[in-house]
Ligand binder design. Sequence first.
Ligand SMILES: Cc1cc2nc3c(=O)[nH]c(=O)nc-3n(C[C@H](O)[C@H](O)[C@H](O)COP(=O)(O)OP(=O)(O)OC[C@H]3O[C@@H](n4cnc5c(N)ncnc54)[C@H](O)[C@@H]3O)c2cc1C
Length: 411
Amino acid sequence: MSDRKRFVIVGAGLAGAKAAETLRQEGFDGRLTLIGDEAERPYERPPLSKEYLRGEVADKPYVHPDAFYGEHQIELLTSTRVTGIDLGVSELLLEGDRHLGYDRLLLATGSVPRRLHVPGADLDGIHYLRTVGDSELIGERIEHGQRLVVVGSGWIGAEIAASARQKGCEVTMIEMASLPLEGVLGPDLGRIYLGLHRDHGVEFLPETTVERFEGTGSVERVLTRDGAVLDTEFVVVGIGIAPRTGLAETAGLRIDNGVIVDEALESNLPGVFAAGDVANAWHPFYGRRLRVEHWANALNQGPAAARSMLGQDVSYDEIPYFFSDQYDAGMEYSGHATEWDEVVFRGDVAAREFIAFWLRDERLVAGLNMNVWDVSDPIRELIRSRRPVDAGELSDPDTPLSELVEKVGSC
Ligand SMILES: Cc1cc2nc3c(=O)[nH]c(=O)nc-3n(C[C@H](O)[C@H](O)[C@H](O)COP(=O)(O)OP(=O)(O)OC[C@H]3O[C@@H](n4cnc5c(N)ncnc54)[C@H](O)[C@@H]3O)c2cc1C
């Protein structure tokens, strides 16, 4: 028994759970331990700002049924924090002074919300959203239709604002940029999201930030830098996340905006891997490192890391993908656009039923489909081709995307 190898996964989120599943699927028959500091078994986070937050589904969005871990001889340790790694002797230190040796280690420790450090930030009623418990707390508050100030209009802030409006809250959103989601999507799409939120009654305050919170015990007012005073019953802060690298850093792994790993998701220390939100992985397609903070990345990188742990030849080069649901606007985004020359639209933008294409040097670098479905595959193929695509054909709804894929394929 003791000569069987032990693989340990730290972080029982989506990446960790999918890695454990894959190890067993791929025939790993050694000891397998999945450790998480939350009380719950692994669950998915996207519903926490959407249907679970609004109380539309009662069941927690678990990755696997309860019996799964036992059935697959996966030792799942919940409510257990790993406090240290001794890389020299390949041993983890667990809360309560327990030690656990490993042969291969996967870090899937995810990320944490960035905190707002302003006067009054410790008042009750100021929330952050990461865990199922956070979602339940915020969910109780939006149930009562109270006034809400959302700080930040990235994905989390925008989705919370939408869910709160759907539950009848009065919502004000404060944003440092000029438009919601501008940092990721740019001004064209930012304006579309601004229209979406305004049409649903959100008050949007651009180019400002929180100066301080005021209240007696609990937050009652938000004062902005430009002098607005917003009476409120509660606040949700969504100003981005930071990778949870503390453990890796103290162990001496290379860190730079996440745990640095190669395309096989292995760190600078052989036998130690990282996946999911915490991994800043070399991406062979982009020829640079990429840290992706989205569901599909955790879903795919966990299994890829597992295969790599087993010594299989892995080169993780998935085109990034994410989705968001706000009100009746569902969208998917594929690609990674940091610089572009133009954004070309196909479909009915006013009706919020369209595809947006980001072009750089006539090549497609990203595509976003809103309320249009089953187009992510051709979008990804066009991106992967790195071939020039005609903007006129992209915007023409009578030219099927499959035809454009064939065309670039035959060049
Ligand atoms: C509210 C919300 C909504 C989202 N919606 C979307 C969406 O619509 N679309 C989309 O693409 N993405 C969405 N995401 C992002 C997506 O959920 C994340 O990218 C994904 O959860 C990352 O998974 P992960 O396994 O890498 O990390 P996590 O899910 O963060 O899991 C890491 C786990 O490791 C644990 N851990 C950390 N350190 C230790 C330690 N030292 N010891 C033990 N355990 C530890 C953490 O507590 C956590 O449970 C959303 C995220 C949130 C929070």
